[in-house]
Ligand binder design. Structure first.
Ligand SMILES: *Cc1c(COP(=O)(O)O)cnc(C)c1O
Length: 429
């Protein structure tokens, strides 16, 4: 469930009328609901706490899903940890108030300077994805007089997810070390001065809506934990990654969440029973997905003999999921449509000069007019965080709602900011 609903004919985020946000902040604008974020985090954290011994389940929010400062501070205040994938994310997690001992650093291509920053900051864990990274991490940490706690991200050769572009756990993907190699690497790491291997990690993909693929991968990991211990290695931690999916293609207020979360928690408890490991979880989409919407205004209608285009002021640079993953988003009019309103099939498109700048084709919606506001629902994950300035468009504004209050937690970029970071080459100055 989420906290976007109609009141007196207008769509509200918690107790704030979205028309007020449109008037005061403009469009396009992302609007996030604190109550929804808090609910999903609490629900997930409570379910995962039940999968391990007391104090041995840790939730690291995968901040690449939504790195808005207000969202991060909301989660840090609830006691969440952060899963990061770049130095920028480590820096932002710290700035948002996540303590270093609750920060995990993942990612297939960490550079020397990124590792140095993260080790010096005193983060909890580096998820090592290649042999070269293992050596580099040890060298960097040793030069800082540290021994960094780390785990190997293993590729379980089980991929899953809603789309080929978001599958990460198959051996065809670039992520993690292989099952065969991890034995040798664990043994090698024991002789390296700058690392202390604490266990294993995996992350098989995203937008996974059933537990079978997770279970197959986790069962393989459980066997690997036992095998590595048999070889005399210390395996105290098992980081199970993120990837739990959310419903996009049914009305976004349909309450689906707890069922899947509970089934997942029960499966994790079953597969890891008796292993005596600390469990880590890295949910991203599940926490923030339906806690955000992208509100946009209809600019023009463009009727064609066979189609009706609605051109809106948001574009693929603001929300790339439909163009990149053929993703589906519910579209809700901000002014509630009358039950008997005429419905028309629209292609809802953005202003960018690319045919892929299409949010949906042939979608039946209540009749639209220029100036109308509509909301792309379930846009809180991989929405603003994947936005760009393509076509020299301004980075979109972001708003966080809490009860009857709202705050602009990321103002719309200005043209001065957009153009001001360019530099002329001296020979053309
Ligand atoms: C992206 C990512 C996640 C989060 O994935 P979701 O599908 O948003 O839950 C977790 N762990 C790692 C390593 C990731 O790259």
């Amino acid at each position: 469930m989420h906290h976007f609903s109609y009141r007196d004919g207008s769509l509200f985020a918690e107790d704030v009328d979205l028309r007020r946000i449109a008037a005061e902040v403009g469009t396009p604008v992302y609007v996030y609901s604190s109550a929804t974020i808090e609910r999903h985090y609490r629900l997930f954290a409570a379910a995962m706490a039940g999968t391990a011994e007391a104090g041995k389940a840790h939730v690291f929010y995968a901040m690449k899903a939504n790195g808005n400062l207000g969202v991060l501070k909301t989660l840090a205040a609830l006691g969440a940890g952060a899963d990061t994938v770049s130095e920028g994310e480590v820096r932002k997690a710290l700035a948002a108030g996540f303590p270093p001992e609750k920060i995990v650093f993942s990612g297939v291509g960490k550079s020397e300077s990124e590792l140095r920053y993260a080790v010096a900051a005193g983060i909890y864990q580096v998820n090592v994805e290649t042999e070269g990274e293992l050596d580099l991490l040890s060298k960097v940490a040793a030069s800082l007089g540290r021994r960094q706690e780390a785990v190997f991200r293993v590729n379980p050769d089980i991929g899953a997810g809603g789309h080929a572009k978001i599958t990460t756990g198959s051996s065809e993907n670039k992520f993690g070390v292989s099952f065969e190699e991890v034995h040798r690497l664990y043994a090698r790491a024991a002789n390296l001065p700058g690392v202390r291997m604490m266990g294993l990690a995996l992350h098989i993909g995203s937008q996974i809506r059933e537990t079978e693929a997770f279970e197959a991968a986790y069962a393989k990991m459980a066997q690997l934990v036992v095998a590595l211990r048999g070889e005399g290695h210390r395996v105290d931690r098992l980081d199970l990654g993120g990837g739990l999916g959310i419903p996009y293609d049914i009305p976004a207020d349909f309450d689906h969440g707890p069922g899947l979360i509970e089934a997942y928690a029960a499966m994790v408890a079953r597969v890891t029973a008796g292993l005596d490991v600390e469990l880590g979880f890295e949910p991203g989409r599940l926490i923030v997905g339906n806690a955000g919407i992208l509100m946009t205004q209809v600019l023009h209608l463009n009727p064609r003999p066979t189609k009706q285009f609605a051109v809106v002021d948001a574009a693929m640079n603001d929300l790339v999921r439909p163009a990149m993953y053929e993703a589906y988003h519910e579209i809700w009019p901000v002014r509630e449509a009358a039950a008997d309103a005429r419905r028309i099939a629209y292609d809802v498109v953005g202003p960018i000069c690319e045919s892929s700048d299409t949010f949906t084709a042939g979608r039946e919606l209540p009749e639209l007019a220029p100036g109308d506001l509509i909301a792309f629902m379930t846009a809180g994950a991989y929405g603003a965080s994947m936005s760009s300035t393509y076509n020299q468009r301004l980075l979109v504004a972001e708003v966080l709602v809490k009860g009857s209050e709202y705050a602009v937690t990321r103002p719309r970029q200005s043209y001065e900011e957009l153009l001001g970071s360019d530099r002329s080459p001296p020979w053309l100055a």
